[in-house]
Structure formats: C-alpha cells, structure tokens
Design a protein around this ligand. Structure first.
Ligand SMILES: Cc1cc2nc3c(=O)[nH]c(=O)nc-3n(C[C@H](O)[C@H](O)[C@H](O)COP(=O)(O)OP(=O)(O)OC[C@H]3O[C@@H](n4cnc5c(N)ncnc54)[C@H](O)[C@@H]3O)c2cc1C
Length: 452
C-alpha cells in the first residue's frame, strides 16, 4: 500500500521536531502536525521562558550587591510587562527558527490539531493523511487537583503570560517547577509562600541538597509550609484570593500558582481508534524502542512519562529516526547518569546517585562535602552558601554522584557528567588541576570524607 508519508509526527515539540528533521535528513517523507506552538513546551511555556525569568529574578540580588563593589545607581524598579514583552519577542524568533529548521529539512508542516483515525491515518483539522509510521510526541499538560476554587489557580502555562507581577504569590507543589517559580516570583519582589504536602520538597534529590536549598530559600525570604496542602481557594470581593490550608491556616494572596504534576497530552488524539495502551500512570505504554501496542505507532517524550526533560525527548526522537530510517546508526538511549538542574536561586546541579540511592543500591559510600560562601558574595552582606558534594563508592573509588547548590550549578555539573559517564574515580578528580579562583575547583580539592 502506498502511503502519503513514511513518518507522520504528531507534535512539533522537542522530541517531535528532532525525530522529524532527522528522519527527513535520512531521506524519509515526513509530515509533522502542530496545534499550538512550534518548539512545544520547552520553547513556549517551559525551559526557555522559565530560564529567562530566572535571569530576570536574579537582577534583584545583583542590584543589591552592586553597592559593595562600588556601584551606585538609582532605586531599582522592576517592570514585569517589559520582561514579558521581551521574552515573547525572543520566543517568536525561536518559533521562526523551528519553522525554518523543519521546512529546510524537507518536512511537511501541517498546522492544526491531529487526530489518529486508524493505525495509518491521521486527520489534521479533519483532512486525512496516511503514513507508514505514526510518532506520537504530544507532550504533557499541567494538572490541578479537584479542590473548591481550582478555577482561580494558574499553572506555568498562564504564569508566562500574566499581565502584572502579583504582589503576593502562593506556590503549590514540591517539584522542580514549583521551586523554580517560587524563586522567580520571590526574586522579582513578590511576597512568596510555597506549600508542599510532603515533609520536604524535591523528592528524589539528595537529602543534603534538599535541606541546603530549603535553608537558602528561607534566607531569601520565601515562606515555606511543608506537610500541608491547599484545601480550598476563595475569591474576595476586592479580587484577592484566600487559600485555606488543610491545617486551617488561611493565606491571603493575589495569585495561586499550581505545579503539582503533569499529565500526558492525549486530548482528542484518537487513541481509541488504535490498539495503543496506557501504562498504570496513564502515559502511553512503549517498549524500549518506543513501540506502542499498535505496530505502526510509536511514542516519545513527556507523553510516555519516563524522564520529562528536553534533552531526553531529543535523544528519543533521534533514536526513533535512526531506528526507522538509518538502522546502522541506531543506538539505544542511555538513561543512566542523566544530569539535571533546578534553576532555583541558587541553582541545583546534579548527576548520578544521591547518597540515599547509593546506599539503597548496596554501595558503601564515602561522602565529600564542601560548604562555603561564594567569592563574589564575600564583599556583600549576602549570607548565601554554596554546597558541593561527591558520593564515592568506597570499594572501587568510583564517583557515583555529583551534587551542587550554588550559582551556575547546572553549568558546572554538565562537565562533570562527562567525567562520570567516563567512569571517573575520586582519584581522577584529585589528580585534576583546579581552575583558580572558581567555585568549580572545589570539586577537585575535597580530600577528607565527612562522617554521615
Ligand atoms: C515550566 C516548565 C519548565 C521546564 N523546564 C525544563 C528545563 O529547564 N529543562 C528541561 O530539560 N526540561 C524542562 N521542562 C520539560 C520540557 O519542556 C519537556 O520535557 C519537553 O518539552 C518534552 O518534549 P516533548 O517533545 O515530549 O513535548 P512538548 O515539547 O510538550 O511538545 C508537544 C507538542 O505537541 C503538540 N500537540 C499536542 N497534541 C497535539 C495534537 N493532537 N495535534 C497537534 N499537535 C499536538 C503541542 O502543542 C506541543 O507543541 C520544563 C517543562 C515545564 C512545563
């Protein structure tokens, strides 16, 4: 049977664009459908605008600290609409780049909502196309729990388009998006409270890192409320909001921001017309080559709920393109040692096992730790401290994990992730000469394990 396309990709986000471009580059006839925005979550309502807002938030501290270096300037004032307008302009530029990337690689771009009609047919706004393979790369969507007043809450989707910076913000959630937005709002001057139902945010990160970040956020003025949750949200006559917590406390605020998880984006996708199955968490079930239960349909990225990060979606997109159209170059995605950052202020950077994971996996560990005031802050009143930590296997000397809380932690840990992938031992770290004076050199000068 002759198909219109060799590959039809649903969703022009991180994973979909990568798969489409490379498949076309390998000579396949490729179409991609996008209903909302080119570049997907990352470019439009995720990594990119988030990082721009984090940069914006850091200026609050920079202005305060500049005086210690001899600078005087007028009273700093922050204008949210300027930042949002500039951010929107940059994102429009990136949307254009994504369009060109697709079109220049020979991909047919169909702008509209895609619905799978049968295992080889996709309709875009009602118009059918056939394809030998269909790749679902539709990403995720924020979830807000069913509580009275949930309609007054916003999520990251709306936060990027607020018309004004709220005076008071209540952030709900304990994952990295919640922590990052608490830092963004607080850094820009909003009175910020974060509520999380567990005992400490950032579950899955190293315990020492979580505690260190908690202490730093408190120093910066974020009010943290753990072991409780929002029970209801009410709107006052003056337009402000009152969030009643489960422990009875009422928090008066102007904005309730929810970051309590994301669901796969399957709305109107037509999976009921296929044999595609969902896993126990509601994400599309795939095997280790991203095949669903429907032989012609594959799925990658946030919609499969494995590791919801852009570089992982990119790697999965690449793997699919190679397996289908350049099998001699196919390599499985390696999910071990994925480095990540949390762009809170200060940042977290991490790769490898946490202390707890290393012990659970049966390693006897040596922990090396350094806590210090970053040099840039020594002339200022800031009491911010950096934490650096190495988790080392006592038996083999292999470095199992690298963790940092401090400025540019993501930038520093990316390089160390290469060392961990190469199997570096603590001895290799020790023999590496530092770059002086940097914070990063601490990673190669920690000599004495701490008792833990
Ligand atoms: C606030 C926030 C901050 C983040 N920060 C980071 C970060 O710092 N670093 C990082 O690595 N990751 C970050 N992420 C995660 C990252 O954005 C995602 O992991 C990544 O975008 C997943 O890519 P994807 O291709 O699976 O889906 P997406 O990028 O979400 O793309 C899916 C696309 O499919 C389209 N679509 C959906 N359904 C249809 C349909 N039926 N028809 C046509 N089109 C459809 C959507 O409109 C969307 O454009 C962040 C996410 C959020 C929400």
């Amino acid at each position: 049977m002759a198909f219109d396309f060799d590959l039809f990709v649903v969703g022009a986000g991180s994973g979909g664009v990568r798969a489409a471009r490379f498949a076309a580059g390998f000579g396949a006839r490729v179409a991609v459908a996008e209903s909302r925005y080119l570049g997907g979550t990352c470019v439009n309502v995720g990594c990119v605008p988030k990082k721009l807002l984090v940069y914006g938030a850091h200026y609050g501290e920079d202005f305060e600290q500049a005086g210690a270096f001899g600078w005087t300037a007028g009273e700093p004032r922050f204008d949210w609409p300027t930042l949002i307008a500039n951010k929107n302009r940059e994102i429009a530029r990136l949307n254009g780049i994504y369009r060109n990337l697709l079109v220049n690689s020979g991909v047919t771009l169909l702008e509209g909502h895609a619905r799978i009609r049968d295992p080889h047919t996709v309709e875009v706004d009602g118009k059918p196309c056939t394809a030998e393979h269909i790749l679902v790369a539709t990403g995720g969507w924020p979830k807000v729990p069913e509580i009275p007043g949930k309609e007054y809450a916003i999520t990251s989707n709306e936060a990027f388009h607020l018309e004004a910076l709220p005076r008071r913000v209540l952030v709900v959630g304990g994952g990295y998006i919640a922590v990052e937005f608490a830092s963004i709002f607080n850094g820009m001057g909003a009175q910020t409270t974060q509520v999380y139902r567990g005992p400490l945010f950032l579950r899955g990160f190293d315990q020492g890192v979580r505690e260190h970040l908690r202490d730093e956020l408190v120093k910066k003025g974020i009010a943290l409320r753990f072991n409780t949750d929002v029970a209801r949200i009410d709107k006052r006559a003056d337009g402000s909001l009152a969030a009643t917590l489960k422990d009875g406390e009422v928090i008066e605020t102007d904005c309730v921001f929810y970051a309590t998880g994301r669901r796969p984006m399957l709305d109107g996708l037509g999976l009921e017309n296929t044999a595609v199955k969902l896993n126990a968490h509601g994400f599309i079930a795939v095997d280790d080559e991203y095949r669903t239960d429907e032989p012609s349909i594959l799925a990658i990225g946030d919609v499969i709920g494995r590791v919801a990060l852009t570089p992982v979606a990119l790697a999965e997109g690449m793997a699919v393109a190679r397996r289908l159209f350049r099998p001699e170059e196919y390599r499985k995605v390696d999910y071990r040692l994925i480095p990540t950052a949390v762009f809170s202020l200060p940042n977290i950077g991490t790769v490898g096992l946490t202390t707890e994971q290393a012990r659970e996996a049966g390693h006897e560990v040596k922990i090396f730790e350094s806590r210090f005031r970053p040099m840039k802050l020594t002339l200022t009143d800031s009491q911010e401290k950096t934490l650096m930590k190495l988790v080392v296997d006592a038996a083999t000397d292999r470095v199992l994990g690298v963790h940092m809380v401090g400025p540019e932690a993501g930038e520093i840990v990316q390089g160390l992730a290469v060392a961990l992938k190469a199997g570096a031992t603590k001895c290799v770290f020790d023999e590496t000469i530092g770059i002086h004076p940097t914070a990063a050199e601490e990673f190669v000068t920690m000599r004495t394990p701490v008792a833990q």
